[in-house]
Design a protein around this ligand. Sequence first.
Ligand code: IPD
Ligand code: CA
Ligand code: CA
Length: 233
Amino acid sequence: MQITRKSEKDLVTEADVAVEKHLVEQIKKHYPDHSILGEETGRHAGNEYRWIIDPIDGTTSFVHDQPFFSNSVALEHNGEIILAAVNAPALGELFMAEYGSGATLNDKPIHVSKRDKVSDCVLGTGFACVRQNLEHNNLPYFEKVVTVIRGIRRYGSAAIDMSYVACGRLDGFWELNLQIYDMAAGMLIVTEAGGTVTDFAGKKLNTPHETLATNTRIHAELSNMLMEVKQHQ
Ligand code: IPD
Ligand code: CA
Ligand code: CA
């Protein structure tokens, strides 16, 4: 398969491009007035409904024949995410959510975990593809957190990471420098499953540069740990 690079570590395959092309065609066919933001094709002008597409989240996993990659699609209306789908084809798992109506995994309702101490938790994180050029990167946060928790997972798809928080397989997730298309769907799936998604300070996400998604019970404790690191950056 043809593979190109957006940056030294950020890959794009012909599958990424083909999946996005298919999704854009289908959206334009069924909702011709809607706007679209796709990771690979950028902005398509339209009305206040905006589809946010990451055609393959976890391209590195996909290229290396690992199962943790997903197709992530969200629908935003006037700035609020109202529909979400994260499809993990190699795992046979489809996570979905509708604003105010809960979240599901393969059509069964899901809910975040009930663990309330960070030391009992398994957390996910990631190291952004642009990591090699970052002044502030995830390593100091990783060092602080990994010595406290029960376990750490780096699956390779932020959309799957957040979906796993929603179904309780992860108790929380944090990452720096995610883009809106990495997390738009995952955000709604987490919150509709009873979780919380904010920046590291626990404030509403107004920049994609800090993402903290948890089961709500550990949010304040984990936020404090991340903020201790941030204040020394
Ligand atoms: C990547 C994945 C990965 C995260 C990177 C993202 P992509 O998305 O979500 O888990 O750590 O920061 O760029 O590039 O494969 O769509
Ligand atoms: Ca992505
Ligand atoms: Ca992608």
